[in-house]
Design a protein. Structure first.
Ligand SMILES: NC(=O)c1ccc[n+]([C@@H]2O[C@H](COP(=O)([O-])OP(=O)(O)OC[C@H]3O[C@@H](n4cnc5c(N)ncnc54)[C@H](O)[C@@H]3O)[C@@H](O)[C@H]2O)c1
Length: 306
């Protein structure tokens, strides 16, 4: 057990299972007191159960740590406020917020129901805003804090079969960058981690789906993910490190974690430019683009005949 987070108070959402559970245990192992939030539902966002959060609280307290359970949904503004209040009521403050709660409803965009979109965006993107809104108010007053959000290669690079999830995870990246800029001056850092781990949610991507996508011309390994996926508990120490004082200068970044591999993503930047004094015509662009910006571009999914 380390001491780097001793005296710190943390809220981890989606901490009842998988990656969130490993993060809650790692924070507690470094001395933090943890609000273990989990709605306890199914991967598709339906249902609820108290036992996943209760089990993790038992694990932490059983090893001599301090933890309390919170069963609300991050998708609810009112529940999110209660999660942050639970940290203040039980541990006196909120120093660390880790947004991990997640669901998924895989469908092609042309088959996706409005509800499939809304449920996934509400949990990942609105959920990340909901908790951050209340935590950042208190962190701003105390002039310190760590906000650590879970994104995905699916959002950063793109994936097939769940555009709702991809959009939510890309949104979390944009939201995190905005928070880094808005809150940095108050001593608050906001970063993303990008995990790959064998969990209930990862099991939704079956071997059949992997092969079907390959046949379509999309190899999931192009996202930098290789099978078998590593242990979800490998993510926790990296997130715990981001929560320490030593990580004060890491702000607005995306850190990937898969087993023992930890990497830094580039932030989008201009890579090729054309310039003229004034407005381009379509004719000029049609001539110039193939030789400049569009030269050597690869269409990730070219049209198929028939
Ligand atoms: N497993 C991977 O390889 C992988 C890759 C990229 C991103 N992620 C992300 O990691 C996060 C954790 O997922 P996981 O793989 O551990 O899956 P998981 O299903 O094991 O864990 C997700 C947890 O979130 C909880 N949850 C769902 N909706 C909630 C809500 N509205 N409020 C509170 N809790 C809620 C669930 O009950 C569950 O315990 C997710 O955000 C997921 O998108 C996972």
């Amino acid at each position: 057990m380390g001491k780097r987070l001793e005296g710190k108070s943390a809220v981890v959402t989606g901490a009842g299972r998988g990656i969130g559970r490993g993060i809650a245990l790692a924070l507690a192992d470094e001395g933090a007191q943890v609000v273990v939030n989990d709605l306890g539902g199914e991967s598709d966002g339906t249902g609820a159960s108290r036992s996943p959060a209760d089990e993790v609280v038992k694990e932490i307290t059983g090893s001599g740590g301090k933890a309390v359970a919170s069963y609300g949904s991050v998708a609810s503004f009112a529940d999110a406020e209660k999660m942050i209040k639970a940290a203040v009521d039980n541990f006196g403050k909120i120093d660390i917020l880790v947004n991990v709660a997640g669901n998924d409803r895989g469908k092609m965009v042309f088959n996706m129901a409005e509800d499939d979109w809304d449920v996934v965006l509400a949990c990942h993107l609105k959920g990340t805003f909901n908790t951050t809104k209340f935590a950042s108010q208190l962190m701003r007053q105390q002039r310190s804090g760590r906000i650590i959000n879970c994104t995905s290669a699916a959002g950063l690079v793109g994936d097939m079969g769940h555009s709702n999830y991809c959009a939510a995870k890309a949104g979390i990246f944009g939201f995190t960058r905005a928070c880094a800029l808005e809150l940095g001056k108050y001593g608050i850092t906001s970063n993303c981690f990008m995990p790959a781990a064998s969990t209930r949610m990862a099991a939704l991507v079956t071997e059949e789906i992997i092969q079907r996508r390959k046949a379509e011309g999309f190899d999931l390994e192009s996202l930098g993910i290789t099978w078998p996926l590593p242990n979800p508990d490998d993510i926790g120490p990296v997130v715990a490190y981001l929560a320490t004082e030593e990580a004060a200068n890491i702000n607005g970044q995306v850190i990937g974690v898969a087993g023992g591999k930890v990497w830094l993503y580039s932030i989008m930047s201009e890579i090729k430019t054309i310039y003229k004094d004034g407005r381009w015509t379509v004719d000029e662009l049609a001539k110039l683009m193939p030789r400049t910006l569009a030269a050597n571009l690869v269409n990730p999914m070219p049209p198929k005949k028939g």
